[in-house]
Design a protein around this ligand. Structure first.
Ligand SMILES: Cc1ncc(COP(=O)(O)O)c(C=O)c1O
Length: 404
């Protein structure tokens, strides 16, 4: 190696087909590529960058912790983990169903690991109640991650093909159909696990009353309600948890993505301690889960959300986003828009061959967004975006759409 590295991409496995833009720098809502071109980031790392790129408070927390200690493993305790657990539980505790118990959290790293942890928790909880083969009810078109067990209950052929045999114990029902959920419950059912709003499916908002009905179904059956808030949570919808939009309190929530402030992977299961207490020493864990660097950043994220200002901003700017997208539907530049807070899924008219085609045109206009499933685009700007930047991004979207 003489230091003049010619990039070939021959040594990278192609499990992604990224838009052709190579980011070299990021700050706030903007990234700069290797040629010095600037782009407005309207994807925010699928909500992992809710606070934008390199938020100064989060970077400062990381740098401070880098100067102290970064990893202990759970073989030893560290001075960041306990406070992180207390502070995260204080942030979301009021939004959980905690009757007769208190909130607890179990730290992991990626979102998929948090979902795996929730699956293990509710299964073990079921076994303790004498259910030998526990089942979990999940939604069609769900997205909960990429591990073997998680894709076992995916309904996306591409995500599953070639990965069998799959983990049994999941029952799939249509998303948004509470009657189908009730009908799927039997004596083996231990939990309902769903996204409050389906992100990967195209920001699909369930019909009014759906989550309240899920709560009732779970209460009537004496089973657990688990909300995967990995993409919807931590301010994205204008509330700390998306479930707060409907005043529904789940028993467990999975958090991830933005919990790591866009700096490192941090995830957690948070919920009823009388459920999470099924985990005892040796029964579950992770070398990196709860490491002091992750906890220090997670604590800084919790502090940013603690005052409610970020959530309020997301709600206000979100109303503006939805209003402007509605205008684009009215002028037939888009066929449909769905969303909550600073999060929207927009469907393109048939003049566009694919969502990717639009994303390429947007890239040329200096805006980064990502297609999901055919002709749907997901918009999730940083919650810290300015109104001017949001309008600039939406102006560019409108202008690109108007070229067809
Ligand atoms: C709702 C939801 N759950 C879980 C995951 C998986 O998270 P990760 O990619 O960090 O494993 C995602 C990722 O997009 C998600 O949107």
């Amino acid at each position: 190696m003489d230091g003049t590295h010619v990039e070939t991409r021959d040594h990278l496995v192609h499990n992604y087909a990224p838009l052709p833009v190579t980011v070299a720098h990021g700050e706030g809502s903007w990234v700069t590529d290797t040629d010095g071109r600037r782009y407005l980031d309207l994807l925010s790392g699928y909500s992992a960058l809710n606070f934008g790129h390199r938020h100064p408070t989060l970077v400062a927390a990381a740098v401070e912790q880098l100067g102290r200690v970064t990893l202990t493993s759970r073989a030893f305790d560290n001075d960041q983990l306990g406070p992180f657990a207390d502070e995260l539980c204080a942030l979301v505790g009021d939004s959980l169903a905690l009757e007769g118990t208190h909130a607890a959290m179990l730290p992991m790293n990626t979102g998929a690991e948090a979902v795996e942890t929730a699956v293990k928790a509710v299964r073990k909880w079921g076994h303790r109640r004498g259910i030998a083969e526990p089942t979990i009810i999940v939604a069609r078109d769900n997205f909960h991650g990429r591990t073997t067990t998680v894709v076992s209950f995916s309904t996306d052929d591409e995500a599953r093909e070639g990965y069998g045999p799959f983990t049994p114990g999941f029952r799939v029902v249509p998303y948004g159909d509470a009657e189908a959920v009730a009908a799927a419950v039997d004596e083996t059912t231990v939990a309902v696990l769903m996204e409050p709003i389906q992100g990967e499916a195209g920001v699909v908002v369930p019909p009014p009353g759906f989550w309240a009905s899920l709560r009732t179904v779970c209460d009537d059956a004496g089973i657990l309600l688990v909300a995967d808030e990995i993409q919807s949570g931590l301010g994205r919808t204008g509330t700390t948890l998306a479930c707060e939009l409907w005043n529904v309190r789940p028993d467990l929530v999975t958090l991830g993505k933005a919990l790591g402030g866009g700096i490192l992977p941090v995830s957690a299961v948070v919920g009823r301690s009388d459920v999470l207490d099924v985990f005892t020493p040796g029964t579950h864990g992770s070398t990196f889960g709860g490491n002091p660097l992750a906890c220090a950043v997670g604590r800084a994220v919790v502090r940013l959300l603690d005052t409610g200002e970020v959530q309020e901003r997301a709600a206000e700017l979100g109303d503006h986003l939805q209003l402007r997208l509605d205008e684009m539907v009215e002028s037939e530049l888009l066929t449909e828009v769905r969303g909550a807070g600073l999060w929207a899924g927009v469907d393109l008219p048939p003049t566009w061959e694919s969502g990717r085609e639009l994303c390429l045109a947007l890239r040329d206009a200096g805006v980064l967004a990502k297609d999901t499933h055919g002709t749907t685009i997901r918009l999730a700007p940083p919650l810290t975006i300015t109104l001017d930047d949001l309008d600039l991004g939406l102006d560019r979207l409108r202008d690109v759409l108007a070229t067809r």
